[in-house]
Design a protein around this ligand. Structure first.
Ligand code: AMP
Length: 377
């Protein structure tokens, strides 16, 4: 509540001018993003979400969120690191081709409406339902959080509903691990529209806005690879599990990491399991014909040379990453850093135009519209 009140007291004129965005007003919106718990992004992010973001920038009005407040759920004692990671993620975004002119980069901590909606949405979600969220459970296990995690940790799942809904998007491009979160977000949107906007229980999801609801019911758009395995072949590729190929890894490091993948034959058949990480990488990063040929060789019991496949994969992944590395490197200068900060600041202004509009609509529906407010950045 304190955060919300602090911002409510900033009743100053809004200087945000969104000339870029007027052009996009009629396009459906996308919201998605990343949490800055590491200095950069990895191949799992690329195939799970980044690739779709780059591809959909013209068709949609895109909002890409850096969930820097949520990074505090596990790194509360490392604010400098979160700040450095935030800048690193924006550099990676630009490096992969996300365009801050066509799309809006959103810094979560500077969009006060998100914090306010989080609190309001928390009333619409049963506590036990949040705690049963499978993505949260997996995270608690894989990060070894035991029962020592903060109150804020499960709150982030509610916060993510606000991150998304504050931009009233139609589509959320994410990896498979986020599906449970998107489902929760859809629940919140439907409940809000029904409880406060008079949308009937029988109105189909796609008809909520036409029936007076504030929120469209967003759909998840899962990436080309729903869940890219990590180099350990067991867990999903993850920033914190030491099993990732980062987009900024050097060509040498990429090849070294791929060479370390161990290929285990299935005892019963002598063949490599279909789900094996090396085969998944072939599907993800080689041409379809080549990946199919390799699968066929395995199926026919041919003596497949893993060393050759690893070299081929290294080459293909490095060809994908090389231009990204070059663009990221160009940002690792004083001017690059200044540009990143400028992009963040301009995104904050643009994001708050939409976010404030959504908050005002929501408060009106909840009979909380006692005074108009304008915030200034
Ligand atoms: P996170 O880094 O956990 O905030 O994830 C950012 C986005 O990348 C989310 O949409 C995730 O679903 C997606 N993502 C992260 N890791 C993977 C992976 N190994 N495979 C596919 N998608 C992923």
């Amino acid at each position: 509540m304190h955060v919300a009140w602090r911002f409510l007291l900033r009743l100053l004129p809004m200087h945000a001018s969104p000339p870029q965005h007027d052009r996009h007003a009629i396009k459906p919106r996308i919201l998605t993003g990343d949490t800055p718990t590491h200095t950069g992004l990895h191949l799992g992010h690329w195939v799970g979400s980044l690739e779709n973001r780059v591809r959909l920038q013209d068709e949609f009005d895109c909002y890409f969120l850096i969930a820097n407040v949520h990074a505090f759920t596990t790194l509360a004692d490392k604010p400098e690191q979160i700040r450095a990671n935030t800048l690193g993620i924006v550099k990676d975004w630009i490096a992969v081709g996300m365009d801050p002119e066509r799309s809006t980069f959103v810094l979560q901590s500077e969009v006060p409406a998100i914090a306010e909606l989080t609190f309001l949405f928390a009333m619409l979600l049963p506590f036990n339902k949040v705690m049963r969220n499978p993505t949260l459970k997996t995270e608690i296990d894989s990060k070894g959080l035991g029962d020592t995690y903060s109150f804020g940790f499960p709150m982030y799942a509610v916060g993510q509903c606000a991150d998304i809904l504050v931009f009233r998007p139609e589509l959320v491009p994410v990896g498979e691990d986020q599906e449970a979160h998107i489902e929760m977000c859809r629940d919140v949107a439907m409940k809000f529209n029904q409880m406060y906007c008079g949308v009937g229980n029988r109105v189909p999801q796609e008809g909520h806005v036409a029936a007076g609801g504030v929120f469209p019911i967003p759909k998840a758009k899962i990436g080309r690879v729903a869940r890219l395995a990590g180099l350990d072949g067991v867990n999903k590729m993850s920033k914190s599990l030491g099993n990732a190929i980062f987009l900024y890894d050097s060509a040498k490091d990429v090849q070294k990491k791929i060479n370390k993948i161990t290929v285990v034959a299935e005892e019963s058949t002598g063949l490599v399991a279909q789900s094996h990480v090396l085969l998944q990488y072939c599907d993800a990063f080689l041409s379809r014909e080549r990946a199919e040929a390799i699968r066929a060789d395995y199926a026919e019991g041919k003596n497949v040379m893993h060393g050759h496949i690893k070299a081929e994969l290294g080459e293909a992944i490095n060809a994908l990453l090389e231009p990204m590395r070059a663009r990221r490197e160009a940002l690792e200068t004083a001017e690059g850093e200044a540009r990143v900060l400028e992009i963040i600041r301009s995104g904050i202004k643009r994001a708050n135009v939409v976010a404030e509009e959504t908050l005002a609509m929501s408060k009106r529906s909840m009979k909380l519209d006692f005074a108009e407010r304008r915030i200034s950045y």
